[in-house]
Write a protein that binds this ligand. Structure first.
Ligand code: PPS
Length: 288
């Protein structure tokens, strides 16, 4: 039964106070145009990694700029107000096509998705590693009250659906209903691990970009965990609300860390939801 200061609830989705209902209603009617790209992810599923990839694909692999301009300025986090300005406001100062990111469920964007103009890239990661990563994020994030509970306590939060951005499975049900539309691409965190060059090509094809092999090679190198961990423009080291001594934002970047946390019973609970909610949507995820 954990509450962090300033939390509020929209359609049983826990949100932070810097995400206001006013911004969400402005997003509902925000005009997305041909060529815009929306990255939609549940928290801790590799958002930052995917954002960086998408930005580099759209900017001809300009790794110098990605080391000098903060990721949030390059691909704004639409609904979030950081430093007195929402991502939507940052975006509106930039000329189109717009690159943007959201952790909201698809309901907010129904009109734009159905209009079919904006390119949507949904990022997904297996739910067990996602929850472990989320647990450490709750511990290190002062805006979430520096959660002091145990892993078991955190698992209960998710089980009761009282968690930032709501239940993982509800979140993905909302977005994956659109996964077969021509303007939607699904990218799996585990595939970024096992076959990054192919994923870069898939994203490039989807966005109509044709990158030469040497640029793809540069992007692959740039996106390595070690490289991104030391890039202050993506590793969130400038976020004063994060206590990187408790847990760095780029923490381990591995597949299968859940084995170090989950009990058999917890694992069975997630397997059941995965089999009844994710697999029937035609999506299979790798857990190790
Ligand atoms: S957030 O707060 O929602 O934006 O977090 P998000 O970026 O979605 O997820 C953070 C996790 O993604 C891992 N990550 C990476 N893994 C491998 N390689 C690279 N380059 C990389 N960049 C980010 C990051 O380490 C977090 O996962 P965990 O398991 O906690 O390490």
């Amino acid at each position: 039964d954990y509450r962090f200061p300033g939390e509020w609830i929209k359609d049983d989705m826990v949100l932070q106070e810097n995400i206001t209902s006013e911004i969400i209603s402005r997003l509902e009617s925000f005009d997305m145009i041909q060529g815009d790209v929306l990255v939609a992810t549940y928290p801790k599923t590799g958002t930052t990694w995917l954002q960086e990839l998408v930005w580099l694909v759209c900017n001809n692999g300009d790794t110098n700029k990605s080391r000098s301009v903060n990721l949030n300025a390059r691909i704004p986090y639409l609904e979030c107000n950081i430093g007195g300005e929402s991502g939507l406001e940052i975006l509106q100062r930039k000329s189109p096509p717009h690159l943007m990111m959201t952790h909201l469920r698809s309901d907010t964007f129904r009109t734009q998705i159905e209009a079919g103009k904006v390119n949507i890239i949904i990022g997904i990661r297996n739910p067990k590693d996602t929850l472990v990563s989320f647990y450490h994020f709750y511990r290190m994030n002062r805006n979430l009250g520096n959660f002091k509970g145990s892993w078991d306590d955190f698992f209960e939060l998710h089980k009761t659906k009282h968690i930032l951005c709501g239940d993982y499975f509800q979140w993905y049900s909302s977005w994956l209903q659109y996964k077969d539309k021509p303007n939607v691409l699904l990218v799996k965190y585990e595939d970024m691990h096992s076959r990054m060059p192919d994923i870069i090509k898939d994203v490039s094809n989807f966005l109509g970009k044709d990158l030469p092999q040497n640029i793809i090679d540069d992007i692959v190198r740039h996106l390595s965990f070690d490289n991104m961990s030391t890039n202050n423009m993506v590793n969130r080291s400038i976020m004063t609300t994060f206590d990187n001594k408790i847990s760095p934002f780029l923490r381990k970047g591995k597949i299968g860390d859940w084995n170090n946390y989950f009990s058999k019973e917890q694992s069975d609970i997630i397997d059941k939801s995965y089999k009844t909610i994710i697999e029937p949507l035609g999506v299979t995820l790798s857990f190790e």
